[in-house]
Structures are given as C-alpha cells and as structure tokens.
Design a protein around this ligand. Structure first.
Ligand SMILES: [Zn+2]
Length: 172
C-alpha cells in the first residue's frame, strides 16, 4: 500500500495532469503534491486543490480511489453544491465539461473571504489532515460565508478543542 511521505502545495513548474480528475494543472498553478512511497518506488501524486478538497469532503478512501470513482464523487459533489431549490443543476452548469467545472470550483474556493484561524498563526487548510492546517494564510481554506466557516470549524473541533479559534476575514 502507498505511504504518504509529505504533502506540499507548490506552484507547477510545468503542465501536469491532475491524478484525480484527469484535467490539466496549468504551469504556475498552485496545486497539491503528495510524495508517496509504494514498494520502494517513490512517486508524486498531483491534484488540483479543488479535487483534493472534494475527496476530503466526501471522505473518500485515497487508497482505493481511481479516476472513475473520483468522477462519480465529483458529479455528486458538484450537483449538491450548485443545485437550485429543486435539487437540479442550472442548465449552464450541467453543460460544462469537467475542466470548466474544476475551474469554477477553484475560483469559488479562492474567492471566499472567510478563513478559520485555529490558533495564533495556524489556519484551517483545504487538504487532508486532522484537520488539515497551514501556517501560511494564503493557503488557508476560504469560505464564502461565515456560516460555512463555522461549520468547518465545528468539524475541526471533532479532532481537538481549538478553544481560541476565530473566523477571520481575508480582504483581497
Ligand atoms: Zn483535478
């Protein structure tokens, strides 16, 4: 079984293919890079930040994840996130291809101005962990509403109390 050695969020030095959705990670794009070890072989598993975020939200088992099972999960997530009151996706979203859907999610994740500061100098991050954390505010997970940020904080508190946690607003 693959073992995670380290996870970073570098900017792409060249074009890569997301190992989850199969779409392009563009040169210069900040993305998730997991260095993994499998039977002595070391390799990089690269994904869009949005795609890794979905695996966390859906609680997908990374060791059993392939592009097909991720694709199903992505559809469910996308529908749930953007459905109208009737539970239907608006037509223009329905007609998007995967790459456009990923771009839209990335934009949404970036544009939210609310972040969760778990403690002094530590923010909730959009990747896996208990919970995922970062000391760089630019990598902090963004939320579009205070309510969403609070829900994420409550989820993080299942791991530990974070009694000094606050919702912060990042202006940009
Ligand atoms: Zn992706």
């Amino acid at each position: 079984m693959a073992e995670l050695i380290e996870q970073t969020t570098p900017r792409a030095r060249k074009e890569y293919r997301c190992n989850l959705c199969g779409c392009t990670i563009h040169k210069g794009e900040k993305h998730i890079c997991q260095r993994c070890k499998d039977e002595g072989r070391i390799y990089s598993f690269r994904t869009h930040i949005a795609c890794m975020d979905i695996t966390n939200k859906l609680d997908m088992d990374m060791s059993e994840l392939d592009e097909d099972s991720f694709s199903d999960g992505f559809d469910d997530y996308f529908r749930e996130r953007y459905a109208d009151e009737d539970g239907e996706l608006p037509e223009h979203l329905w007609n998007m291809n995967r790459d456009e859907q990923v771009r839209m999610l990335l934009k949404d994740l970036n544009l939210g101005k609310y972040t969760v500061r778990l403690e002094e100098g530590v923010w909730l991050a959009p990747w896996e962990g208990d919970p995922g954390r970062t000391v760089i505010v630019d990598y902090a997970k963004r939320f579009r509403s205070e309510k969403n940020a609070n829900e994420a904080l409550n989820a993080a508190r299942l791991y530990r109390p974070f009694k000094d946690a606050v919702i912060t607003i990042k202006l940009k």
